[in-house]
Design a protein around this ligand. Structure first.
Ligand code: BGC
Length: 819
């Protein structure tokens, strides 16, 4: 047997694969941008542009932390414009700003040098702590001076940029969620000086755009964080080469206070040890609907360069399944474009009250030339639309009229049918899992009863068409194959413990991937169990661009770390060795747009394609498990990781996650990790806080997308979260890890902890609960588990089940072939 196996490529040159994935990333970035306002500014007519704002030259391609990808190079907005033949008139502001930015970075670098002394090279978890206590200066814009304005053009673009990432939430303050005084002043000045002004929002999630109430800004584009090809995609959109078709996946309120959790969210709560979800199921548009409050930009909203009409052609009920067919037509005269139709369900308010409406299906057209049309089909299953009745501990559908609404955003919908259910139905009976323990009462928004015009067609829904599901809550056994049984029988219990504990960044194993964030156990190679590697996402694969693997299996890294890491550690890294002292491995991975931007395409086919591309890159570098997609909901716009999550809506989230999962896992032996299970909706104090919520909100909102992805795409693994839910740490929750995931949803894959999360609760309680794999793990975790085993607090049978699931994952991994 070879001592270790290394993947990657041996040449530095850009490969055909990279080029193909660049093209895909560019398409995805363009499709994920949302045109929020356009008074005749776009597409740009003038080929000469005056360009300002931090994000113009320092374009933020994605968020920070584990969501970062170290791609070969990224195209900034400035570069993208130049590539497309635009000339930048008098770039004086950009030049002066760059000088200041470089000075700031240098100062910061020096200030952290001392702090990192004494820590091991690259990528220890310590890096996160240091970044949290000394965040890299988020470049603040400098004022625009008179001599930086120009008469050369009538068109200006201002790119406002924001960065966020794990460990911290955004601030509802000037310079973050709000524009800074300098940004406001700059926009006022530009609007006065230039006839046409495009404001670009280079931020992973929502912003307060009050500036629009005060200043006449001609056009606003939510660029989001567009990945490595963002700048080129930007030029595609503003030049009119691509017609915008992205739609928001979260509601943008007029102001922060419009959101239900605005005063109690995260650091605003006053007590960081808990967060009560007072709003229950009413997050995002559900809240705005209930409050009858108009947002600035609704969920699902996005403009185009052309105009569409849609007409419903057919509605059919087949048992519990509902199908709607609608024809979308491009009635504009000049531009081809794509449109998204959204289907919402409005439940009757009888004994229970509900959201006014919830998304149940959507579909996007292909590119339609002027005058062309396409018939879209949207389907959903009424059996999956139940509301959770806490007293009955069951999902139910009440008797009454269910409105079916179609529209192009959550504010603009119309009723197209009424489905009349003839009797109440119990769809599914459950045990009470993780019920709310904290003493608080959910807000009870006023209910607005819907009335449907008699002209709207009625369809009968027969209660008898539904079957009731009941669950078996006995311990779910793992059916071991003969090979699995043979291997497991050959392991001692201590070795089984080894199998349930992974390794971190620099663990030497059989499969070596330079800079990967984790691996499964490397202790059992002699037992026929190779290690498999796990790499972060969700914008791509997070590994080092290059490494020299020594004969011993130790990896040395090159000097000149990627920008994000250019501080302190640089000095501590062993200089890169020449190829004769090790095997040089290059791993140039693609940085796709951030996850929210991907979802803003509302295009499941695109997400599947991105998944396939990621799967291909996994195979290229020897990664078996991609720690993505992120599936937490945008409960509040300040969450530092919103950019790593799809949406405020559970159905959109579930559908997007299923699509990308299918893509990745279509590559044999590649698996995803859906994360963070669950209610990891704030970053501040994420390790020590409890998300407190009703069982109804938990099941209908926060668990629902996970359930959907498991049902539709069978993800190989799932990651529990750092936080507690209703007072219990998620990796220690039998209710979540076993009763919900396995008994109720039939999940058979591996459940892993988030990195080091079991340190502050219990490693053995995690395995007892069904959280199979402790990540990243180390010798002290193994010791703790072995002593728990001795004292009898680690359940031996659960240990075997967890070991069996992990073994199966490893044996099925592509990188284990031929071991
Ligand atoms: C993050 C996870 C990530 C892991 C490994 C944690 O800090 O919460 O999303 O997969 O680190 O980098």
């Amino acid at each position: 047997m070879e001592k270790f196996r290394v993947y990657g490529v041996s040449t530095k040159d850009e490969s055909q694969r990279e080029r193909a994935h660049r093209a895909l990333a560019r398409r995805a970035a363009a499709d994920g941008m949302v045109l929020l306002k356009n008074n005749g500014v776009l597409p740009l007519k003038n080929k000469t542009i005056a360009l300002y704002g931090v994000g113009a030259r320092m374009t933020v391609k994605g968020g920070s932390g584990s969501g970062n990808v170290e791609e070969r190079y990224s195209v900034t907005i400035e570069q993208g414009l130049k590539n497309a033949g635009y000339s930048i008139a008098k770039p004086l502001w950009l030049e002066r700003f760059e000088e200041k930015f470089n000075r700031d970075i240098e100062q910061w670098r020096q200030s952290v040098e001392d702090k990192i002394k004494g820590y091991g090279p690259v990528r220890t978890m310590k890096m996160f702590d240091i970044v949290h206590t000394s965040p890299q200066p988020c470049p603040t814009a400098t004022p625009i001076l008179e001599d930086e304005l120009t008469e050369e053009t009538d068109t200006a673009v201002y790119v406002l940029a924001r960065q966020a990432g794990e460990g911290g939430d955004r601030r509802a303050e000037k310079g973050d969620y709000l524009f800074s005084d300098i940004e406001l002043e700059s926009i006022r000045k530009l609007a006065k000086h230039y006839k046409k002004l495009l404001l670009v929002i280079n931020c992973g999630s929502a912003m307060d755009l009050s500036v629009l109430d005060e200043v006449e800004v001609g056009a606003v584009l939510h660029f989001s964080q567009g990945g490595m090809e963002g700048g080129n995609a930007f030029a595609d959109i503003v030049s009119g080469k691509v017609t915008p078709s992205g739609k928001l996946t979260a509601t943008w309120g007029y102001q922060y206070a419009d959101y239900p959790s605005s005063d109690t969210y995260s650091y605003l709560n006053g007590d960081m040890t808990y967060n009560n979800y007072y709003e229950g199921i009413h997050i995002g548009y559900r809240w705005f609907d209930a409050m009858k409050k108009d947002p600035r930009f609704p969920f699902g909203f996005g403009l185009s360069y052309t105009t569409f009409t849609h007409e419903v052609k057919d509605i059919r009920i087949d048992g519990t399944k509902v199908m709607v067919k609608a024809v979308v037509k491009n009635i504009g005269g000049s531009y081809s474009g794509r449109e998204v139709l959204q289907l919402y369900l409005a439940k009757p308010h009888t004994e229970m009250t509900h959201e006014q409406k919830g998304l149940v299906a959507f579909a996007k057209t292909k590119l339609l030339a002027p005058g062309k049309e396409e018939c879209l089909t949207m389907t959903f299953d009424m059996a999956e639309q139940g509301s959770y009745h806490e007293d009955l501990s069951a999902f139910v559908l009440e008797q009454g009229e269910y409105g079916l609404l179609v529209g192009t955003d959550s504010m603009h919908t119309r009723a197209i049918a009424v489905l009349t259910l003839d009797k109440p139905v119990i769809l599914e009976k459950t045990e009470h899992n993780l019920p709310k323990t904290a003493d608080f009462t959910e807000y009870k928004p006023e209910v607005h009863l819907a009335t449907y015009d008699t002209s709207i067609p009625r369809y009968a829904l027969a209660g008898s068409a539904f079957c009731m599901t009941e669950h078996d809550y006995s311990i779910p056994e793992v059916k071991e194959s003969p090979k699995e049984k043979r291997i497991l029988d050959s392991l001692s219990d201590k070795q089984m413990i080894d199998l349930c504990v992974g390794g971190g960044y620099s663990t030497k194993g059989y499969v070596i991937v330079p800079g990967v964030v984790g691996t499964t156990s490397v202790k059992l190679l002699k037992k026929g169990i190779p290690n498999i590697n796990l790499s972060d996402g969700p914008a791509g694969l997070r590994v080092m661009q290059a490494g020299a693997v020594q004969k011993s299996g130790t990896v040395l890294y090159p000097e000149g770390l990627p920008k994000e890491w250019q501080w302190g550690y640089l000095k501590r890294i062993a200089p890169f060795v020449k190829s004769n002292r090790g095997r040089l491995v290059y791993q140039y991975m693609s940085a796709f747009p951030c996850e929210t931007a991907q979802a803003q395409s509302w295009d499941v086919n695109l997400l599947e394609e991105i998944g396939k591309a990621v799967g291909l890159e996994m195979k290229e570098i020897g990664v078996a498990v991609w720690l993505a997609p992120g599936m937490n909901l945008h409960r509040n716009p300040l969450c530092g990781r919103n950019f790593e999550y799809y949406s405020e809506d559970p159905v959109l989230t579930g559908k997007m996650a299923a699509a990308i999962t299918k893509g990745v896992q279509s590559r044999k032996g590649c698996f995803v990790t859906v994360k963070h299970f669950c209610c990891n909706n704030q970053e501040e104090n994420r390790d020590h806080m409890s998300s407190n919520l009703s069982e109804r909100a938990l099941r209908e909102m926060y668990l629902r997308p996970f359930r959907m992805v498991i049902a539709e795409a069978k993800p190989g693994t799932i990651m529990t979260s750092y936080n507690m839910v209703n007072g219990t740490y998620t990796p220690n929750s039998y209710d979540l890890c076993t009763k919900v995931l396995r008994n109720e949803w039939g999940f058979e894959g591996v459940i892993m902890s988030d990195w080091n999360s079991t340190d502050k609760c219990s490693h053995e309680a995690a395995i007892n609960a069904g959280n199979d794999l402790i990540m990243p793990g180390n010798a002290s975790v193994r010791r703790a588990l072995k002593s728990a085993y001795k004292s009898g607090t680690l359940d031996k049978k659960q240990l075997r089940r967890s070991a069996a699931r992990i073994l199966r994952l490893i044996l099925n991994a592509a990188t284990s072939e031929g071991f």
